[in-house]
Design a protein around this ligand. Structure first.
Ligand code: ZN
Length: 317
């Protein structure tokens, strides 16, 4: 803070001009920026959030949540490279081989099912780039294309967007504001996408619950051990998983035992879930396609193996 005392009138001319200029700059209104949220506001409520889908385990997650009287919030991509990378894992994936993006027949159907089950669907951008690498035009495409897909498929417009990797800057917030988005982060990370074992993630939950510091919890629907399954997680040729393999059932049980109600993001913020809600649309072969991707400069899809992708410390969420 610069304090100007009684002697200010005696300042050299150049400095006086500089101070006037600084004062003028400070009084110029800032460009509006999107609101940032990382915690819920309604006491006793927690929003479990799932990024990077729609993916194979979404229905399982949805059903598990419902079976325990809980709702979830899914931040989905239009075309997320992780889905195709994970297809290298030998699982039943044939249905996605030609239509991996959100418009794929099975993928869109899965998303509709999740939406109709009462879970909340939000945006995680079209192709999961680090938004701080993009200029305004490319960001516009990332936001708009995913919004178009969510409207085409579900008939919704979401006011919520989670920036991939939790990465944003001033420009991101300005562009997000122009798209009427609130940026949503989290206050507890299960670290399921960066190699935490299920047991480690469970310990994080216990720690955060003990500290009463979890209201928006981050996990990924693309991680099989988050959803379900008896399936060892392997990273760099090391089997990481031990003990129970599923994170979600344990996380739900821990939170509910601590008295938390597991609700959608909108419910725990006490805000509307959607800006527009017109109901699911009909498949349109000409517009429901995966191929008109955003400009190539916006693509930061990683190349190489699944292991090298997940071992990258900076590209993790
Ligand atoms: Zn992500």
């Amino acid at each position: 803070m610069l304090h100007i005392g009684r002697g200010a009138f005696a300042l050299p001319l150049a400095l006086s001009i500089a101070l006037v200029a600084a004062g003028a700059a400070a009084s110029t209104p800032k460009s509006p920026r999107a609101e940032l949220i990382s915690s819920c506001t309604v006491p006793g409520m927690v929003a479990l959030t799932f990024d990077d889908g729609p993916y194979l385990y979404e229905t399982n997650i949805s059903q598990l949540l419902l079976s325990k009287g809980a709702k979830g919030t899914f931040f989905v991509n239009g075309n997320n490279c992780k889905s195709s990378l994970l297809s290298m894992v030998p699982i039943t994936h044939q249905n996605n081989s030609k239509d991996e993006c959100i418009y794929g027949t099975k993928v869109a159907a899965r998303l509709v099912e999740t939406y109709q089950a009462g879970h909340q669907i939000c945006s995680h951008t079209w192709s999961h780039p680090d938004l701080t690498d993009l200029d305004e035009a490319d960001m516009d495409v990332e936001f708009s294309r995913n919004d178009e897909a969510l409207y085409d498929i579900l008939g919704i417009v979401t006011p919520y967007l989670r920036p991939p990797y939790g990465s944003y800057n001033t420009l991101t917030r300005m562009v997000a504001y122009n798209h009427n988005k609130t940026l949503v982060l989290w206050d507890m990370d299960s670290e399921d996408s960066i190699g935490a074992t299920v047991n480690q993630s469970v310990e994080y939950y216990k720690e955060f619950i003990a500290n009463q510091s979890v209201t928006i919890a981050l996990q990924h629907e693309t991680i099989k051990t988050t959803a379900y399954g008896h399936y060892p997680r392997i990273l760099q040729n090391t089997i990481l998983t031990s003990g129970r393999f599923e994170l979600l059932p344990q996380a739900i049980d821990l939170l509910q035992a601590a008295g938390y109600k597991l609700v959608t993001l909108a419910e725990c913020l006490d805000r509307p879930a959607y800006t527009v809600e017109d109901g699911p649309g009909q498949r349109n072969a000409s517009t429901w396609n995966c191929h008109d991707l955003p400009s190539s400069s916006s693509s930061t899809m990683p190349t190489g193996s699944l292991n090298s992708y997940y071992s990258s410390a900076t590209r993790r969420k």
